[in-house]
Ligand binder design. Sequence first.
Ligand code: C2E
Ligand code: CA
Ligand code: CA
Length: 248
Amino acid sequence: IFSNELILHYQPKLDLTSGQIIGVEALARWQHPKHGLLFPKDFIPLAEETGMIKQLTIQVLKIALSECEKWYKAKLNLPVSVNISTINLQDPEFPEQVADVLKNFDFPSSILELEVTETAVMTEPLQAIETITKLSNMGIQISIDDFGTGYSSMALLKKLLVAKIKIDKSFITDMQKNSSDAIIVRAAIELGHNLGFKVVAEGVENQEVWNHLKGLGCDSAQGYFMSHPLPPDKLMEWMQQSQLKRRN
Ligand code: C2E
Ligand code: CA
Ligand code: CA
């Protein structure tokens, strides 16, 4: 991937009580000269197999920070989250590399979030705890992504210095129709809160699911119902429009 072909789309994350935007998730896209816009499933697995993912993650982080730095300088205090791979989590040099990147931007580490999947944490839990602890001590917020699809134990979750869990969209999307999904979501929210984490739901595709999650006390939500992932300029437009809507 040539670095000028790697771009980011941003999906807003909203507070379920206030409806306010509380952050954005950066999602990688490959603007391929021949094949058009490629999605992560078309290039992340290959990048992981070849080890290219280490450079890719750093590249994504740099793009995200340079775009968010502009917004931050324009007085928009918008937290951004970047997805990291299992391979990054197992790389003892990763936290230092992140620190080096952060030094080059006028962007506080307290509004940078890194998302690691539950499965990635479980791959080598001891190394994961160490990496997460280091990143967390740098002031970065860590989220456990795709929560419910891995097999983490409560004993391990307690040891992780994480701020949030993100319930996997496979449980959220159909929770209105599927009662076992709804039960899992309810339990995950309760577990997350009891362990002191904020709980995010991903894959919210309609008003009913939004209302249901709000009723269950979930903290925030992300999904096509609110917005698809958007290029930076479109995200700014979306934010202006959603602010207008709230005032009306
Ligand atoms: P993820 O981190 O779980 O990201 C959420 C995915 O769900 C995104 O797909 C997003 O577009 C999609 N999504 C958002 N709202 C909805 C909804 O309401 N319904 C449904 N069905 N889907 C929704 P995307 O962008 O294709 O990314 C797929 C995965 O690729 C991500 O899953 C993440 O694991 C990985 N990924 C994306 N960017 C990066 C990156 O920069 N680095 C790494 N290592 N992985 C990345
Ligand atoms: Ca994610
Ligand atoms: Ca996810």
